[in-house]
Design a protein around this ligand. Structure first.
Ligand code: FES
Length: 574
């Protein structure tokens, strides 16, 4: 009998095994009782609703060819497509649902290994979390970034340049015609965002973890090298099955440390931190939010890519992509970690030099330390995250009075109100936008600078929320405040005019209100959220963990005992 997992379905002379073999014959593959050909699942998340993932389907024939040439049997199955643009309130609400879908597909079908096809940011961690929970050999294949659009002869970075233009349009610095002309330039094709947004960040993070072919994670969608990567991914997964290269062997604590270092050095997305914590939690990888500051030590942001830098992901890929970035990080990276092709990073990056200036040396960085800082204090007892490389240096130590918005609608309706008492020193607070609160923790954390301040020349302010922000966003935005306000986190107690102190060097975020006063406010607090009564949002709201634990569902962690569980308050509900 073969030692393949799928042989459980096909070996034997009874009617059940026979019917399983007949199913395979009916889809075009002869499988006998002694089948030695690994069955390789291809989890296809392409969809017309998701232009970032849509091109994935074009690569399936190459992946199938690679699998067949290496002696495997490819079987394609569809999985949910998580597109950040159209899906509301946020694709993040469904990341864990995708992970459950992938896990259950792999568990219930005769599959020996899987190629995950994902691109738009949540689909990458979602499918990976599901696959690693099965511990079957897994390889990630992304479709890469969309072509670069141009506006008046200048390349446009997806997202980042849109946010800039939106600020200018709101402040009437550009005309309606210019705004429309800008829109007409944005449709440049299929693929993921072409900045160091969440998609590029998580694709590189997975490569650094060791579950994508080295050197392939940020090849653009329309680059011929991506087809070659598809073929090679197909070949590689068969080898991985034959050699039993399984996630629990690949995903060592050092692999997680390396992935976090890559995010620091590339000026990656804050969202990637949540996903990395969730992935680590699935496999006891040992990564904690507290380790993030430490893992940035000795590093600097050396990827000159928007939003921290000036170039696009195509330039970064041309410079050599992740291996070239790691080469320039040198011994700050744990180079002896093995990759899935059986070579260490040290062997892969030996002698590599970036071929253009979008990857710099550590002594000539675009930001002198790692990209992120974790802050804690009485406003964020379990921590909050800020992307310091995309923030304003002069605001990294700042004390100012709060202006508080209760949810996204309140913020959108009042942010440009001329009567809002606000100055450039105000600290904007947006609450009730966390994992439980919406639910799904949308990307609302880059609160727009009020129109009247943009007109006066202000470009950035300190903003604090329990939301996330797009990886393409920028500004002095403190995000992922944990615990969130909707379950009674201290953000719920802030009132207009309260002084808030942010001090990145000290790693602190403090609400300067005395404990007695805060106790009185806490006693009067009523949760503003309505409990979802049915379907996925109801399950999610009951079981989602906070951002510092990766927003996974408690029952999907390997431990049987949930670590932290949201219990809807019986009393105290308004
Ligand atoms: Fe899909 Fe950015 S919106 S990758």
């Amino acid at each position: 009998m073969s030692n393949l997992r799928s042989s459980e379905w096909f070996s034997g002379d009874d009617e059940v095994a026979l019917s399983h073999r007949v199913v395979m014959a009916s889809i075009g593959y002869e499988v006998d009782v002694n089948n030695k050909k690994p069955i390789i699942g291809i989890a296809d998340s392409s969809s017309d609703l998701n232009p970032c993932n849509l091109p994935l389907r074009n690569f399936i024939p190459e992946i199938q060819r690679g699998i067949i040439e290496a002696g495997g049997i490819p079987v394609v199955f569809p999985v949910m497509s998580l597109g950040e643009d159209l899906m509301k309130p946020s694709a993040m609400l469904y990341r864990n649902m995708l992970s459950m879908e992938v896990e259950e597909y792999l568990r219930s079908y005769p599959i020996d290994g899987v190629v995950l096809l994902a691109n738009c940011d949540k689909s990458v961690p979602g499918s990976l979390m599901g696959a690693i929970s099965t511990d079957l050999p897994t390889i990630m294949f992304t479709a890469g970034a969309r072509p670069v659009a141009e506006f008046r002869g200048k390349p446009i970075g997806t997202g980042t340049d849109l946010w800039r233009m939106w600020s200018e349009y709101r402040a009437e610095k550009i005309s309606e015609e210019t705004w429309k002309e800008f829109e007409s330039c944005l449709n440049c094709g299929l693929g993921s965002c072409n900045t160091m947004g969440t998609a590029s960040s998580v694709a590189m993070m997975v490569e650094a973890l060791g579950l994508t072919l080295p050197g392939t994670s940020v090849i653009p969608e329309n680059d011929p090298a991506r087809k070659e990567a598809a073929f090679n991914s197909g070949r590689e997964i068969v080898k991985m099955v034959n050699n039993q290269v399984i996630p629990s062997k690949v995903l060592t604590p050092a692999a997680f440390r390396n992935a976090m270092r890559v995010l620091h050095a590339c000026g990656g997305s804050t969202n990637a931190i949540i996903h990395l914590l969730a992935i680590s939690g699935r496999i006891n990888g040992g990564l904690t939010l507290d380790a993030i500051n430490e893992l940035g030590e000795g590093l600097a942001v050396i990827a000159d890519v928007e939003p921290s830098g000036a170039k696009l992901i195509q330039d970064f890929n041309q410079a050599g992509g992740l291996p070239a970035l790691i080469a320039n990080c040198g011994e700050n990276f744990e180079l002896d970690e093995q990759t899935l092709i059986g070579k260490s990073w040290r062997e892969i990056v030996k002698g590599l030099e970036p071929t253009n200036k979008s990857i710099r040396k550590l002594d000539n960085p675009i930001y002198p330390s790692g990209a992120f800082a974790v802050v804690k204090g009485n406003l964020a007892p379990n921590g909050a995250v800020i992307k310091v490389s995309a923030a304003s240096k002069e605001l990294l130590s700042h004390t100012g009075p709060a202006v508080v918005f209760n949810g996204y609608s309140d913020m959108r309706s009042r942010i440009d109100d001329p009567s809002l008492k606000i100055t450039k020193d105000t600290v904007l607070v947006l609450r009730d936008c966390g994992p439980v609160g919406v639910p799904g923790m949308p990307e609302w954390g880059m609160i727009p600078v009020p129109k009247k301040l943009i007109e006066a020349g202000t470009t950035d302010m300190v903003r604090i929320s329990d939301a996330r922000m797009s990886g393409t966003s920028f500004g002095t935005c403190v995000l992922h405040v944990s615990p969130e306000s909707a379950i009674g986190g201290p953000l719920a107690l802030v009132q207009d005019g309260d002084q808030i102190r942010l001090d990145i060097n000290a790693g602190s975020l403090e609400l300067l209100v005395d404990e007695v006063e805060l106790g009185e406010r806490r006693a009067k607090w009523r949760t503003p959220i309505s409990e979802h009564l049915r379907g996925w949002p109801a399950l999610y709201q009951l079981h989602v963990m906070q951002a510092d634990l990766g927003c996974d569902l408690d029952f999907l962690r390997p431990k049987s005992k949930p670590e932290r569980r949201f219990v809807p308050p019986v009393v105290g509900r308004s």
